[in-house]
Design a binder for this molecule. Structure first.
Ligand SMILES: *Cc1c(COP(=O)(O)O)cnc(C)c1O
Length: 325
């Protein structure tokens, strides 16, 4: 609330500028741009990399294809080329290569490969990120990472490899020409994302952000919260991951309930057999007990800053009570 403010439309809000410098330095980029949402950040990224009539290669379940209202096509006339995910969340390298169109007037111009990490809570393997982005570069494509949950991936990688989350985040981001990060998910701020890239790319993104109505004036109050989250809420994502594992264990073992072991903070549950159609009723029953989950394709639970061990245990109890009745 006490953050020093200016007018970010003129680029002189000190708190916004400090945040942009902080996240760019953290992830090893020249520049960054504060965004109201992750959706707008991805939109500005795709439209900065691509022109009208270009195409981006993307996974079927990635946010910047499936979950953003088709914005890149609607606002940018940029055609998505969605590919199926493999079980580990990656896009097969052969499938990417096969989707890159020859330079021929029949085809849209393939310009960009967009990946996401984590994808539905799955950590995309570091070696794959290197291979996929190298393949893209060989074919003259730019690369964008939707890293809304980048720091969840980084914390998981750091734990596995015995490095710091900062180091892991930087390594993941280093494979890409641009990276978008959300402050409003696990990091726990009220609003905001950042797009990171070269100075040139960010200058283009700034123009598109303006057109999209995303240039906010006294935005420093939001940026200061994001800076606080970068300083204090990154390492603690490990707690969310432990609680997700606890939740998954608690939900498992019921007839007709399949629980996917989580890699980070998202737990997916599939209902089968006699339980198959009980999803909507389950969500209602959980909601009545103060437990919120979503169920667009699969039941999905997320742990975050505002969920503690007692909350997880209450969620497990409510879930099991529903299946007993
Ligand atoms: C939430 C999310 C976004 C979009 O963020 P909003 O701030 O909700 O627009 C983009 N990508 C991924 C992977 C996300 O989880």
């Amino acid at each position: 609330m006490a953050a020093p403010l200016g007018d970010d439309v003129f680029g002189d809000d000190p708190s916004v500028n400090a945040l942009q410098d902080q996240i760019a330095a953290m992830l090893g980029f020249e520049a960054a741009l504060f965004m109201p949402t992750g959706t707008q950040s991805n939109l500005c990224a795709v439209l900065s990399h691509c022109q009208r009539g270009d195409e981006y290669i993307v996974g079927q379940f990635q946010h910047c294809y499936r979950w953003e209202g088709g914005g890149a096509a609607v606002f940018g006339s940029v055609q998505p080329q969605p590919l199926e995910h493999q079980p580990d969340g990656t896009l097969a390298l052969e499938a990417i290569e096969a989707a890159i169109k020859p330079d021929d007037p029949h085809f849209a111009r393939t310009r960009l490969l967009a990946l996401e990490n984590t994808l539905g809570g799955k950590v995309i393997p570091m070696a794959y990120l290197g291979e996929a982005t190298a393949l893209a570069r060989r074919h003259g494509l730019s690369t964008h990472l939707d890293g809304a949950r980048l720091f969840n991936a980084a914390v998981a990688v750091a734990q596995r490899e015995g490095t710091t989350a900062q180091e892991a985040a930087r390594r993941i981001a280093g494979h890409f020409d641009s990276v978008s990060v959300c402050f409003s998910k696990g990091l726990g701020t009220p609003a905001g994302s950042a797009l990171c890239g070269s100075k040139e790319l960010i200058a283009r993104a700034r123009r598109i952000r303006k057109m999209a109505g995303g240039a906010m004036r006294q935005a420093g109050v939001l940026a200061a919260a994001a800076s606080y989250a970068l300083d204090h809420h990154v390492e603690r994502l490990a707690v969310d991951h432990e609680l997700a594992a606890r939740l998954a264990q608690g939900l498992a073992g019921l007839e007709g309930v399949q629980v996917e072991p989580p890699q980070t903070n998202i737990v997916f549950v599939d209902l089968t057999g006699a339980a198959r159609d009980r999803g909507p009723a389950l969500l209602e029953a959980l909601k009545a007990e103060g437990v919120l989950a979503t169920g667009l394709y699969r039941l999905r639970f997320a742990t975050h800053l505002d969920v503690d061990e007692a909350g997880v245990d209450r969620a497990v109890a409510a879930f099991r009570r529903f299946f007993r009745n």
